[in-house]
Design a protein around this ligand. Sequence first.
Ligand SMILES: [Fe+2]
Ligand SMILES: [Fe+2]
Length: 336
Amino acid sequence: MEEPHDERALPAYRAWPMGATPNRAPSGMRRRMEGTPMQGAITLAHISDPHLSCALPKLGECLGKRFLTLQSWRRRRETLHDPAVAETIRRDCQAAAPDGFAVTGDLVNFAMEREFAASATWLCRLAAPERVALVPGNHDALVRGAAKTLRHHWRPWLGEGNEIFPYVRRIGPVDLVCVSSAVATAPLLASGRVGRTQLDRLRSLLATPLEERCRVVLIHHPPVDGLSPARKALTDRHAVARVIAEGGVHMVLHGHLHADLVSTIDADGGPVPVLGVPSMSIATGHHEHAGSWRRIRLSRGGAAGWRAVTALRSVTSEGGIEEAAPVVFDLPKLPV
Ligand SMILES: [Fe+2]
Ligand SMILES: [Fe+2]
């Protein structure tokens, strides 16, 4: 962690540039921006799955699952994930001067110690730890023992104590509830699991009064049906979705699928938007969704509760950035 936090003054945020590429919100949840920016809003940058490049595993490090992941990296991912694209996205979201960063995992590829050290340096350059909410992905837990290494290098960004997850990062009026779905799995699987212990803690954490705050859950694997093949899915997604629906959550952010996705969890206060962001490092021309981040502006809408105005910003083949049309969500109305 030798590198100092990047605390330089950043360019002022320019509100509501209108882009060209629509994304895929259900029609009932889509509304174009109208009128002036909202007052008193807080802005989050949701980034995910940078799959930061690093020196590849050596022969002695290539046991078990790492060997298969290395084959996959050489066959496809090495050209798919471009460090220059990740850098373009990092700079673009930093230039937007968000109040906080939601980072939903897969920072590394092989879960090696030197990758975690490099990813900690990368996190230092992103923002001060108190402005970052971070959850690990399946690649960050690729092999048994990775969780311990991860905790050592990522400690400034994680919760405290032995039971690190779930933890809450408070940024302004928003509680970012960080849930880990990262577990070591058998070869060829990329599934996730939250587990009973963490679910119990999450249930009691969500039972605390909201006090008019906005509550957003971060998790790498989406806790909904139908988005992932079984080998990549969250195995206890139904239990996780139930706790989210019963506990009072305004929004869920996930990564893992490297795609711009909008789904929902049904809850008494209304549907909870579940937003997936593409990988921030995918080169154009290789995948449906090139490197992107999502700007999320949260504001209180008076009696209407919380509102989120979101926009996906993606790299172009010329190395620039294009912004998709904004999508507005009126978030579930929850008891305070
Ligand atoms: Fe990923
Ligand atoms: Fe993943």
